[in-house]
Design a protein around this ligand. Sequence first.
Ligand SMILES: [Zn+2]
Length: 253
Amino acid sequence: MLACVLSSCAAPKKAIETPIDSPIPDLIQQTTAAPLKPFIPPQSLPRTSTIHEVAPLETLWRISKMYDVTQQEIMHANSLSDPNALKVGQKLVIPAAAPLKSFIPLYPNTRWKFIVVHHTASDIGNARLVNLWHKKRGWEGIGYHFIIDNGTVGKGDGQIEISPRWIKQMKGAHCKACDMNEVAIGVSLVGNFSKTLPSAPQMDSLVFLIRELMKYYHIPAQNVIGHRNVLGANTECPGTKFPWEKFKKQISY
Ligand SMILES: [Zn+2]
């Protein structure tokens, strides 16, 4: 499988991010989640009421953990009677929300040997929008396992969103080349990094997330690769300006 990886100085590929993937079979396996890992923002901010847009397969329990408020408080503030009746795109008032924390659920699974980093090749986006875009391609929703937002469309800059594909531990639909979908966790940052650089909060969250995944799944730094560095992937993804050298130093320790 290592032969699938090109060196980082490989010749640039043609532009255009074109994930090409076949339909995904149903749920591969249900596993028990390991303890959730909290991400503590670098600066402590005061609590404030905020609006949260429900992402695909997001539960009230997870939202309550993200903002450190109880499910009952959210239900009361939004006059909800059924905690299981959330709709994707629904806007919830979160009263006295703490600064957003990212919770990364980790599931025992021997499938994951690589991590492939992508960009969405779009200026804006979030998990809900990527879900719609990928469904239009005929896939089972978001092809990636994680999305790192850029502060557009109602999500925070650097916010980590967890795809239903990760929660269900389904194989990816993000890198068909070299059968990476079978073995690689797909992480995508919102943006087009052939045009601009990722934001500092996005890179901080990426390093945090990748380190958590590397540690839990025993994935070496050499197996953390850009989409463009997979042999046979005809793409610039995650963009010609992506700060790959600095990023690799940050995850190699
Ligand atoms: Zn890609």
